[in-house]
Write a protein that binds this ligand. Structure first.
Ligand SMILES: [Mn+2]
Length: 312
């Protein structure tokens, strides 16, 4: 990675001790089925972040001052299973350090690892899956760890809510919970989906954001672009409500497939990331909830299972 820090922020806001936020890059593209290049996503995302102004007008905040520690990238790619396990271990390691853990992909199969880690630590986890694709196949091309299977495990083990879906295989209907699925063609004509989705969430929420959820007119650089997606402000409005009303415990952003002659997608991804952090931390009360929640978890001994390994 060219970048030493996210967005070129000064080292004093990027060291592991003081940083509240951790950013894990996972440049992986082992199983994509159409356009290759999601392994270049984290690099392009970080490069774009260097060109971003770090005062957020809407929240009147500079969230980078909470500290954003950029980890070494997870580069294990011998098999999809090994990659998922490495992502899981690394995510878990930083959750355990009481960091707000975020991950930039890479293709969507990395989220099998991120969700597995969050679901182990946080009680009654809701996974909000924002994507054009359902990704609910149990296996694809002979593997359970294909990007088309990214949410199957979450559909079995978490309160999964899917938003923006407009492409799926008919067999995925057998797995899909239609009450918790918000299809793009319905969202386009009625915005009541936002309140409905929020009502169905438990307190602890992990967000997995596949960038192809966005309309391809504003984000063309992704492996499998689909027309009819989300636009910028409706997405931010939804996210802002979500961060305000729920305890978002972490998130990942995946499937940036950069194109050297089209930088606006990279920039959108970098800005989306920063907006999500701004929504998470500008409200002091939200932050206190997060601290409270961590103390509760500690009391319940939820971290005990991690004591055996991965201590630094
Ligand atoms: Mn997708």
């Amino acid at each position: 990675m060219e970048n030493k820090t996210y967005a070129g922020i000064p080292e004093k806001y990027a060291n592991i001790i003081d940083s509240k936020i951790v950013l894990i890059p996972v440049p992986y593209d082992g199983t994509s089925t159409w356009q290759k290049g999601a392994d270049k996503g984290p690099e392009a995302f970080l490069e774009a972040s260097n060109n971003m102004e770090l005062y957020d007008i809407e929240t009147d905040s500079e969230v980078y001052k909470k500290g954003i520690y950029l980890t070494e990238p997870v580069t294990v790619n011998s098999t999809p299973e090994a990659m998922v396990d490495a992502v899981y271990q690394e995510t878990k390691r930083f959750i355990k350090k009481n960091k707000f853990v975020t991950i930039i992909g890479g293709e969507h199969s990395i989220s099998i690892g991120t969700i597995r880690a969050f679901n182990e630590v946080f009680q009654n986890l809701t996974v909000v899956h924002i994507d054009a694709h359902a990704d609910l196949r149990k296996s694809y091309n002979g593997s359970n760890y294909n990007h088309a299977c990214a949410l199957y495990e979450a559909s079995q083990n978490t309160n999964l809510i899917q938003v923006g879906i407009r492409s799926m295989n008919v067999n995925e209907k057998n797995v899909m919970d239609f009450d918790k699925t918000y299809f793009a063609h319905e969202m386009a004509v009625n915005d009541s989906w936002m309140d409905s989705a929020l009502e169905q969430m438990t307190e602890n929420v992990f967000i997995t954001f596949d960038l192809d959820a966005f309309d391809h007119s504003i984000l063309p650089s992704t492996g499998t672009p689909e027309p009819g997606g989300l636009l910028w402000f409706e997405t931010l409005y939804f996210l802002k409500q979500l961060f305000k009303e729920k305890n978002v415990v972490g998130f990942d952003i995946v499937e940036l497939c950069p194109n050297i002659s089209e930088k606006s997608s990279d920039f959108l991804a970098a800005k989306l990331y920063y907006k999500m952090l701004s929504y998470k931390f500008y409200n002091q009360e939200t932050e206190e909830n997060y601290e409270e929640n961590y103390k509760e978890l500690k009391k319940l001994g939820n971290f005990l299972k991690f004591n055996k390994n991965n201590e630094e």
